[in-house]
Write a protein that binds this ligand. Structure first.
Ligand code: A2P
Length: 339
């Protein structure tokens, strides 16, 4: 790639925004000029990029003039307001919030799964980055879906606090330290203590008893796999882990496939690493996935309660593959094939 691009990171001071900056640098994205945008609270702060210290600017409706690609991770409401201005000024937005994911005109992309759908970015200039839990699940399941078809997915998640943002990382740290020292702790980000606890509650509750996070997993999985007939049911749980989401995934397939065949398929699948040797206590762990861009799959075994069923354990770094890396991978395809 010889062409260079003007890039903006909107939400540069946040947990995902920070990783977007690192991923652009690590993956040597062809940057001409880079802009860091955040709220007025952060204007004037400096952040590093390739040895330079770049001043963070307050994001305004005029921030995107001359920008080719804007990576957004500044929350849904911010994105709803600013992404259309960015798109109108001619840049392609890759948005990490849930604001545009189910918009029929916005493609929802996981590069290992549906890169062809990026072409639809011309509809409104916005490409949506899926929910972190959905990304890692479809990376692991799409090879199986392509091979034998998936009828139904039952997933339970064990999600790290970094998915909520910087304040939640601090809250788990502060609560853990307070409890160990037998002093009072504050509970501000979550409705209950997260340290030494599990909360079956991610995002807000809906009338049907599910949380928005659970419904995101259902709808986004179908959109990315381009198959509305797949049944998906999810229970999403916040656990006291800093980085790395884990998932227990049960799939009922249309055709028969053995656990060994699944292992073989996934060994050759892009972005997947199979870690599955129970005899040596080897299976995917959040602490091993943290800091890496792959999706790790293990505990692959037959669901013996049904004719065509597979169970597995899927782990990935939610800030990297679940957010920033996926967004930068989309930008790489845009830069290589479309811009
Ligand atoms: P700021 O740091 O100035 O508040 P996280 O999800 O880790 O909390 O990060 C959220 C990111 O979105 C931060 O960079 C935050 O900037 C940014 N942000 C939040 N609200 C706005 C807004 N109204 N305009 C621009 N950036 C925003």
């Amino acid at each position: 790639m010889s062409k260079l691009f003007n890039v903006a990171v909107a939400g540069a001071t946040g947990a995902v925004g920070n990783q977007m900056i690192s991923s652009l640098e690590e993956r040597n994205f062809p940057v001409n000029n880079i802009k860091f945008l955040a709220s007025s609270r952060s204007a004037g702060k400096k952040l590093r990029f390739k040895g330079d210290r770049i001043v963070v600017e307050e994001m305004t409706e005029n921030s995107f003039k001359g920008v080719d690609i804007a990576l957004f991770s500044a929350g849904g409401e911010t994105s709803k307001h600013f992404a259309p201005f960015a798109a109108r000024s001619g840049c392609v937005v890759i948005d990490n919030s849930s604001a545009w994911r189910m918009d029929p005109e916005a493609p929802l992309i996981v590069p290992e799964v549906n890169p062809h759908a990026i072409a639809q970015y011309t509809n409104k200039g916005i490409i949506a980055n899926p929910n972190c839990s959905t990304i890692q699940m479809v990376v692991a399941l799409s090879p199986i879906h392509r091979k034998v078809g998936i009828k139904r997915i039952v997933v339970s998640t064990y999600q790290a606090v970094s998915g909520t943002g910087k304040k939640a990382i601090d809250e788990l740290f502060d609560q853990t330290r307070a409890m160990i020292n037998f002093v009072d702790h504050k509970t501000e980000v979550y409705p209950h203590r997260i340290a030494f606890n599990c909360l079956p509650h991610i995002d807000t509750f809906l009338d049907n008893g599910y949380t928005k996070e659970e419904v995101k997993m259902v709808n986004e999985t179908r959109k990315i796999l381009e198959d509305d007939t797949i049944g998906v049911t999810a229970t999403t749980v916040r656990v006291p882990v800093f980085f790395g989401h884990s998932e227990s995934v049960n799939v009922e397939t249309r055709g028969h496939i053995t656990p060994d065949e699944v292992k073989q398929l996934l060994k050759n699948a892009p972005g997947v690493k199979v870690v599955d040797d129970p005899s040596r206590n080897l299976y995917p762990l959040a602490i091993d996935a943290a800091g890496k861009d792959d999706t790790f799959v293990g505990r692959i075994r037959a669901d013996e309660s049904i004719e065509n069923g597979i169970n597995m354990w899927v782990v990935a770094d939610n800030i990297r593959k679940g957010a920033a890396t996926n967004a930068v991978q989309i930008a790489e395809i845009l830069a290589r094939d479309y811009l």
